[in-house]
Design a protein around this ligand. Structure first.
Ligand SMILES: [Zn+2]
Length: 280
């Protein structure tokens, strides 16, 4: 009894300290994968695929948190904004996206608040990738010029939801000019140019100590069948550029031995371990 009485305040204090200070930086690079929902694709024809060509027409929407000893980076903010959850709701939707848990709640489970996140990077500006960008308006936004331009030039593209990233307009912004941007300066987290799907689309390269090198695809591909059959969707911003970017990233993966994680690949994403577990 005595021990319990003594320990309880200590545990409470530790929890309070944890929530006040946020997570401590890890000693080595970590990657958390969050489930930010799924897309019920209404029509697969833009991908030059019939329903029977794909194992599922659904696409996954993961969000990623990179935790590095020198800081953190969120890669993707989901499709559905957390604000679409109403009290008591077990899911929230936007267009043909559904998600089961707010991103901020998922971050909190691993000890982070949006205000703790050093960098925000998106592969591109489409609506299913920018849902909670406003949560990270206090982070430094890593973006390329043409992508930023298309996000804030009116009339807005129907392929996005400007209200969901409007606060980025005044966020601290780092315009990436080089093909590769080494986020923490040690070669372990690199944002790579891969235009075509959108004007300044980019992919993420991670050098994880145990998992090995990984390329997180953005929308370089959507369905895995696009890669197998070498199909470039009809709705790309610039299809020739997309094909060139694919060739470039495929050559890079061959050289580095990196595995490719196709973010929208429903079955592959389902198999990834989810936060609070992490890759290292
Ligand atoms: Zn997408």
């Amino acid at each position: 009894m005595k021990l319990q009485r003594f320990c309880r305040p200590l545990v409470t204090l530790a929890l309070l300290t944890f929530s006040l200070c946020g997570a401590q930086p890890p000693k080595t690079l970590r990657l958390y994968v969050f489930n930010c929902g799924s897309l019920n694709i209404p029509d697969t024809s833009p991908y030059q695929l019939k329903k029977e060509d794909v194992s599922t027409t659904f696409m996954s929407v993961p969000c990623f948190l990179v935790a590095h000893p020198k800081g953190t980076m969120i890669w993707y903010t989901g499709a559905v904004p957390d604000s679409n959850f109403k009290p008591g709701d077990s899911k929230a939707t936007l267009r043909y996206a559904t998600t089961l848990k707010p991103l901020a709640a998922q971050l909190a489970e691993v000890g982070y608040a949006p205000s703790d996140i050093t960098y925000l990077a998106l592969s591109h500006f489409h609506w299913d990738h920018v849902g909670n960008s406003n949560l990270f308006a206090g982070s430094t936004w890593l973006v390329r010029q043409k992508e930023r331009d298309v996000m804030f030039t009116e009339p807005f593209s129907p392929r996005t939801e400007p209200a969901n990233y409007s606060k980025l307009k005044n966020a601290k912004t780092m315009i990436i000019k080089d093909a590769d941007y080494d986020v923490f300066g040690d070669g372990s987290v690199i944002v790579k140019s891969a235009p075509g799907h959108s004007p300044d689309h980019q992919v993420l390269f991670l050098k994880l100590a145990k998992t090995g090198p990984v390329v997180v695809s953005g929308d370089l591909y959507h369905y895995p069948e696009e890669r197998k059959r070498n199909l470039v969707p009809l709705t790309e911003f610039d299809r020739d550029q997309s094909a060139a970017s694919r060739a470039n990233i495929e050559a890079f993966m061959k050289k580095t031995g990196a595995q490719l994680w196709i973010q929208h690949d429903f079955n592959a994403t389902a198999k990834l371990k989810k936060a609070p577990q992490y890759y290292e």
